[in-house]
Design a protein around this ligand. Structure first.
Ligand code: MRU
Length: 350
């Protein structure tokens, strides 16, 4: 059961509709790349690696939809689809990374139009398969940081639902549990869209990992009173200096953890590292609809006066000095991040 999967029988993209969880588990089948754009924007699928893989399959759909009879005409249609898909959400770099990987392959392809269509689907499938493998490798490195008896605070959803399968930070937690370590997770509910209480808690239920949901603003209390040994979260983009863009509230969590000498770990594949963006200041922060703040997402109950306005940045930047390490599929990266992240990315290129 993958979050993002190509259905070879119907030749459509199959996504778990995450807007309905935890109440209902339902798939959405998509056969038009423009619907992929909408699904990413409306968060049917979310989480940096998951939207990267989804965009890859979006390109496969665009190739199928195109009526082009020459490679050049197909490339022109793919470039248009690439533009639309890129703009679906701005912060997670995996989206651009996956699209660039596919477009670069297409631009240098030598063969027939028919073969190119097949090659694009193969490239998208490879991105999806790699994601699962890399997550498991990353999880093995990360699990070595977790001790028996640890209570871990976790922000947002970074599990199988945020990736193709297995997960990043939650994948690390899952691996530690699989290894037999006795752990407990404090799940930040993650306002405003409640990825923690809706999705992470749902996943932890399936894995049988003990947890409690806490309000985001309770994390400081638990950290200061010594009830948390480690903080784990994922990343939507890591700048060259190690600054991490992640779900709104990550910065406050990292500040509170760092102040209380609790180790802070970001977990992200090297596809999330953006060496072109030198610091977190260069990372675009998505601002979403204010309705997400003014209403409780799930039942649409308005929790603010009529006419109230709100600000809703979906991500924030955690400066690298608050991080103990960044866990990747090629190893655990410690400071100095600028040098060591570059090395991690280069290792992966080999
Ligand atoms: O707005 P979302 O739900 O897409 O945000 C997701 C996160 O912030 C995750 O923590 C991040 O993508 C890294 S986990 C794979």
């Amino acid at each position: 059961m993958r979050t993002v999967e190509w259905d070879y029988e119907s030749r459509r993209l199959r996504l778990i509709d995450q807007r309905l969880l935890p109440g209902e588990f339902r798939y959405m089948l998509i056969d038009d790349y423009r619907e992929v754009v909408t699904a990413i924007r409306e968060m049917v699928v979310r989480g940096a690696p998951a939207i990267g893989a989804t965009a890859g399959f979006g390109m496969a759909l665009a190739a199928r939809q195109s009526r082009a009879r020459t490679v050049e005409a197909l490339l022109s249609d793919l470039r248009i689809a690439n533009e639309h898909l890129q703009n679906a959400r701005p912060t997670a770099v995996n989206l651009r990374w996956a699209l660039k990987r596919i477009l670069d392959m297409a631009e240098t392809y030598h063969g027939s139009v028919l073969d190119l269509r097949i090659a694009i689907l193969d490239a998208a499938q490879l991105i999806a398969d790699e994601d699962v493998r890399l997550n498991q490798e990353m999880a093995l490195f990360g699990a070595s940081l977790i001790d028996d008896g640890d209570t871990i605070v976790h922000h947002c959803n970074t599990g199988a639902l945020a990736t193709v399968d297995w997960g990043t930070a939650l994948g690390v937690i899952r691996m530690a549990h699989t290894q037999g370590k006795i752990i407990h997770v404090l799940v930040d509910e993650t306002r405003p869209r409640l990825q923690g209480s809706r999705l992470t808690a749902w996943e932890l239920e399936q894995y049988g990992i003990p947890y409690d949901i806490i309000t985001d603003n309770a994390a400081g209390y638990f950290l200061r009173t010594g009830q948390i040994q480690k903080a784990f979260f994922g990343a939507d983009r890591v700048a060259a200096n190690g600054d991490v863009a992640n779900k709104i509230g990550t910065y406050m969590l990292a500040l509170a953890a760092h102040t209380n000498q609790v180790p802070v770990y970001a977990v992200a594949p090297t596809s999330t590292i953006d060496l072109v963006t030198s610091t977190g200041d260069g990372i675009p922060i998505e601002e979403r609809d204010q309705g997400e703040v003014l209403c409780l997402t799930y039942d649409g109950l308005q929790t603010a006066p009529k006419g109230a306005s709100a600000r809703n940045p979906a991500f924030d930047i955690t400066p690298s000095n608050l991080l103990t390490a960044i866990v990747t599929e090629v190893g655990i990266v410690y400071p100095p991040f600028k040098r060591n992240l570059q090395q991690a990315v280069e290792t992966n290129l080999k």
